[in-house]
Design a protein around this ligand. Structure first.
Ligand code: MG
Length: 388
């Protein structure tokens, strides 16, 4: 079997509170008639989406004529050949991730097995999720508590997450990352009200989006120690690993980071410097299905769990689920699509994809989820062209 063509297109809409729901999809075509589809996350919409699309186009000549089942060598070929041009860094690693996912989809289809079989089998049949929640227009403790209780009660999630950056209360300066007394009191009140609403039977994570400086992050982490968070996420920006390690060393609150780190090498740094208690690679960006497994196993050697960041479509999320199923130290996976009305409709597969707070692992060959061409065409991003 040989690769004959590679195409990509960008699909999505900017929905309220959805963060990134604009995704780049890659299709790899073969002379055997098998087509594989992979997804790579384009983060906050279009600009990086078109950069990723251009990168995929530039990588195409390197891949044409190769056996698509050489997933490992082809991944390293793309990464090493372009190393001096940044192929281990964003956004080029996003492009490689999408291509690698499509190659795994082809390999699974050719062998008639789900992707997790290619990764050594599964530790679990269903993947525990946490719901990413937003209170709505009002960033009040009451609104956070009400939303948390409503979603846990009606949808059966065993874990939820809220953001506490940009609450609009007490911010003194738009550029510095210092949290003054008024803002800090408000943030702590939001977290405390949420915990009181859901009790200690449900896990609670809090995301800071790297918006706080070190003293503010330490103050917050210590102030909520008794609330036993599942984690405090990106309490400081992602670029300085030593600063994050300083926050972690200061507190018993669990510290999580990694959605802005890519490949095993950047996670090795996070782990060796003891900067995190939990890692959260975005498996649609971090390098690919096998690179995601490598990252998880690296963390496992440090006795650190993996709780992937995820804002993907059902296709990218199922690809992540194959990785989550295949490693012992999987903890919980993010679900970010609750408020996207067309999230389920975009893809075909074993529906409903999500039931009672879990995503159920596909047993179909390959990734096990396909784009619904009609729906996807109706959601093309900024005039982009669909696959041939
Ligand atoms: Mg986050």
């Amino acid at each position: 079997m040989k690769i004959t063509d590679i195409q990509s297109c960008i699909i999505g809409r900017e929905e309220p509170h959805s963060g990134g729901c604009v995704w780049t999809f890659v299709r790899v075509y073969t002379d055997a008639g098998i087509v594989g589809t992979g997804e790579c996350n384009s983060a906050a919409a279009g600009a990086s989406g078109f950069a990723v699309k251009a990168a995929i186009e530039a990588m195409k000549p390197t891949l044409i004529g190769h056996d698509p089942m050489d997933t490992g060598p082809l991944y390293e070929l793309l990464r090493r050949r372009g190393r001096y041009g940044g192929t281990s860094a964003a956004p080029l690693i996003f492009a490689i991730t999408g291509i690698e996912n499509a190659l795994y989809d082809i390999t699974g289809k050719a062998l008639g097995v789900p992707v997790y079989r290619l990764l050594g089998g599964k530790y679990r049949d269903k993947i525990r999720l946490y719901a990413d929640l937003h209170a709505g227009e009002e960033e009040t403790p009451e609104a956070y508590a009400e939303k948390a209780a409503e979603v846990v009660g009606q949808e059966g999630y065993s874990a939820v997450k809220f953001d506490v950056d940009h609450t609009g209360v007490g911010k003194l300066d738009p550029w510095n990352w210092t949290v003054g007394a008024k803002e800090m009191s408000h943030v702590i009140a939001l977290i405390r009200a949420t915990r009181e609403a859901i009790g200690f039977d449900v896990d609670l994570a809090i995301d800071c989006h790297g918006q706080f400086d070190v003293p503010s992050a330490i103050t917050l982490a210590k102030a909520v120690e008794d609330l036993r968070l599942m984690w405090l996420e990106e309490p400081v920006p992602a670029e300085n690993v030593d600063a994050l390690a300083q926050v972690k060393a200061s507190t018993s609150t669990v510290i999580c980071s990694g959605e802005n780190q890519y490949t095993r090498f950047e996670f090795l740094e996070l782990l060796q410097r003891q900067a995190v208690d939990v890692i959260m690679p975005d498996l649609s960006k971090a390098g690919g299905i096998m690179e995601g497994k490598r990252i998880a196993e690296l963390a496992d050697a440090f006795y650190v769990p993996m709780a992937p960041h995820n804002v993907s479509s059902p296709l990218g999320m199922m690809a992540a689920c194959h990785v989550c199923a295949s490693v012992p130290n999987f903890f919980v996976l993010e679900f970010h699509g609750r408020e996207i009305p067309w999230w389920n409709d975009l893809c075909e597969g074993d529906k409903p994809f999500i039931r009672d707070g879990y995503m159920h692992l596909s047993e179909r060959p390959g990734i096990g989820v396909e784009l619904n061409d009609e729906v996807a065409k109706s959601l093309l991003w900024r005039g982009d062209r669909y696959f041939d």
